[in-house]
Ligand binder design. Structure first.
Ligand SMILES: Cc1cc2nc3c(=O)[nH]c(=O)nc-3n(C[C@H](O)[C@H](O)[C@H](O)COP(=O)(O)OP(=O)(O)OC[C@H]3O[C@@H](n4cnc5c(N)ncnc54)[C@H](O)[C@@H]3O)c2cc1C
Length: 391
C-alpha cells in the first residue's frame, strides 16, 4: 500500500514517466552534459509522450492532470537528467503568465501550441543589473499605434533561442516602481527581437541560458497580459507556482544521487566489506534518504495546495524551493563523497548531478531571497496566543 497522496491515475502516469526516464532520458544525460547542446531529441520524445501537455488544461490540449502531476514528472525526469527535467519545468514557468492573467482569446491563441510542444516557452524577468531586485529593471515598453514598442535587454533567460514565445516584463511607467511594470508575450519572430550570446555554464549544460534584446521591438497591444502596471504582481504569482518546479528538479537530483550512491556502496569493498557496511557511510546514506523523503513531503503538499487553489502559496512555495534545493546540493555532494575518487570523475553521474544541483539554489530566486520571503510572511502572522501561560 503506497503512502503518498497520488491518485491511481497519477501513480500510473508517474510510472510511465519513470520508465521513460530510465529507458530513454538516462542514456542521453552524459552526452547532453558533454556536448552542451540543446537536446531537441528529448523535446521530441516529450512531445510524443505528451509530457509537455502535463501543465495544461484539457480545453487547451493538455492532460488536465494538475500541478502535483507536473512536479512528480519533473522529479522523475531529473533523477536521471536535470537538463531534460528543466524543459518541463520551464514549459510551466513560461506558460503560467498566460494561464494566470491571459484572456480567453490569449489562452486559445498560445496554450494549445505550448501543450502540443510545438512551441517551447520562456520567462524573461532578469536583467544584467537586476536579478534579486527585479523591480530595478530598465527594459521599457511604450504604447504606439495599436502596438507596444519594447526597448532593453534581459539576461540569463532559460530557453533563449529555442523558445517560440517569451513572457517579458518591462516598465510601461518607469517612475512608478513595482507598479509601473507590465507583462507581454513576445513571439520569437517579433520585429526588433534578437537572441544574443548563450552562456557556457557549470551545469544543466544542455539548457540554453542567454541574453535577449529588444530594439524597438513591436508587439500587438493585445499581447499585454492583464492590465498595464500588473506585471510585477503577475511575475510573483507565477513564481509562487513555478518555484516548486525547481524544487522538484532539486529533489530528483537528490534522489537520483542517493539511488546511485546506494548501489555503489553495496558493491564497492574496502577493508574486507562493502563500504555500505561501514557505519560512517551507512549514516550518510540514511541522512540522504531521510532528507529526500522530507523534501518530498513538502513538495507534494505544495503541489496539492496549488491544485486546491489555496489562497496563499507564497510561504509554502518558498519553503519548498529552499528546502528541496538545499537538500539537492547537500545530498549530491555526499554522493560524490561516497564514491570517493570515482565520484569526482566524469565517468560517474554524481559529478554531473552535483554541478547540476548548484543552479537550483540560485535561479527562480536565490535561496537567500527564499529565506527573506519566508521570514517576511512569518512576520505577518500572529502567534502571540502561544505565549499565554508561558512563564
Ligand atoms: C542558468 C540560469 C538560468 C536562469 N533562468 C532564468 C530565466 O529563465 N528567467 C529569468 O528571468 N531569470 C533567469 N535566471 C536568473 C536568476 O533568476 C538570477 O540569476 C537570480 O535571481 C539571482 O540574480 P542575480 O544573478 O542578479 O544575483 P544578485 O541579485 O546580484 O545576488 C547576488 C547575491 O546576493 C544575494 N542577495 C541579493 N539581494 C539580497 C538581499 N536583499 N538579502 C540577502 N542576500 C541578497 C543573492 O542571494 C546572491 O547570493 C537564470 C540564471 C541562471 C544562472
Amino acid at each position: 500500500m503506497p503512502y503518498d497522496p497520488l491518485s491511481d491515475e497519477q501513480r500510473e502516469i508517474r510510472d510511465l514517466v519513470r520508465e521513460l526516464a530510465r529507458e530513454r532520458f538516462a542514456p542521453r544525460a552524459a552526452e547532453i552534459d558533454k556536448s552542451a547542446e540543446f537536446p531537441w531529441d528529448m523535446v521530441e520524445l516529450m512531445r510524443e509522450h505528451e509530457l509537455l501537455a502535463l501543465p495544461f488544461a484539457e480545453e487547451h490540449g493538455g492532460t488536465g492532470t494538475g500541478a502535483l502531476m507536473v512536479l512528480v514528472a519533473i522529479e522523475e525526469i531529473s533523477k536521471v537528467c536535470a537538463t531534460t527535467g528543466l524543459i518541463l519545468a520551464v514549459q510551466e514557468l513560461g506558460s503560467l503568465g498566460i494561464k494566470l492573467a491571459g484572456t480567453d482569446e490569449q489562452k486559445e491563441r498560445w496554450l494549445p501550441r505550448l501543450a502540443s510542444g510545438e512551441w517551447l516557452a520562456a520567462y524573461a524577468l532578469t536583467e544584467a543589473g537586476s536579478g534579486s531586485d527585479s523591480a530595478a529593471m530598465r527594459t521599457e515598453a511604450r504604447r504606439e499605434d495599436g502596438h507596444y514598442v519594447i526597448n532593453g535587454s534581459k539576461r540569463f533567460i532559460t530557453n533563449a533561442g529555442v523558445a517560440g514565445l517569451y513572457v517579458v516584463f518591462a516598465k510601461t511607467d518607469p517612475s512608478a516602481g513595482h507598479a509601473g511594470i507590465s507583462a507581454f508575450v513576445v513571439e520569437a519572430d517579433a520585429p526588433g527581437f534578437q537572441v544574443g550570446r548563450i552562456e557556457p555554464k557549470m551545469g544543466i549544460k544542455g539548457s540554453t541560458t542567454g541574453e535577449i534584446f529588444f530594439d524597438e521591438c513591436r508587439v500587438p497591444e493585445d499581447n499585454l497580459l492583464g492590465e498595464e502596471g500588473e506585471g510585477f504582481r503577475i511575475a510573483m504569482r507565477i513564481l509562487d507556482r513555478s518555484r516548486p518546479g525547481i524544487a522538484a528538479q532539486g529533489l530528483g537530483l537528490a534522489q537520483g544521487a542517493t539511488d546511485y550512491a546506494l548501489e555503489y556502496a553495496k558493491s564497492r569493498e574496502t577493508m574486507g566489506r562493502p563500504i555500505a557496511q561501514h557505519q560512517l557511510i551507512a549514516a550518510k546514506l540514511a541522512d540522504m534518504e531521510t532528507r529526500c523523503e522530507a523534501a518530498r513531503g513538502l513538495l507534494y503538499k505544495c503541489g496539492q495546495m496549488i491544485d486546491d487553489d489555496a489562497p496563499d502559496l507564497t510561504k509554502m512555495s518558498a519553503m519548498t524551493k529552499l528546502y528541496c534545493t538545499d537538500v539537492a546540493m547537500a545530498v549530491t555532494t555526499e554522493a560524490v563523497q561516497i564514491l570517493g575518487g570515482y565520484g569526482y570523475i566524469q565517468e560517474y553521474p554524481v559529478e554531473r548531478m552535483m554541478r547540476d544541483a548548484k543552479i537550483t539554489q540560485i535561479y527562480e530566486g536565490t535561496n537567500e531571497i527564499q529565506r527573506l520571503v519566508i521570514a517576511r510572511e512569518m512576520l505577518k502572522e500572529s502567534r502571540a496566543f502561544l505565549l499565554a501561560g508561558v512563564g
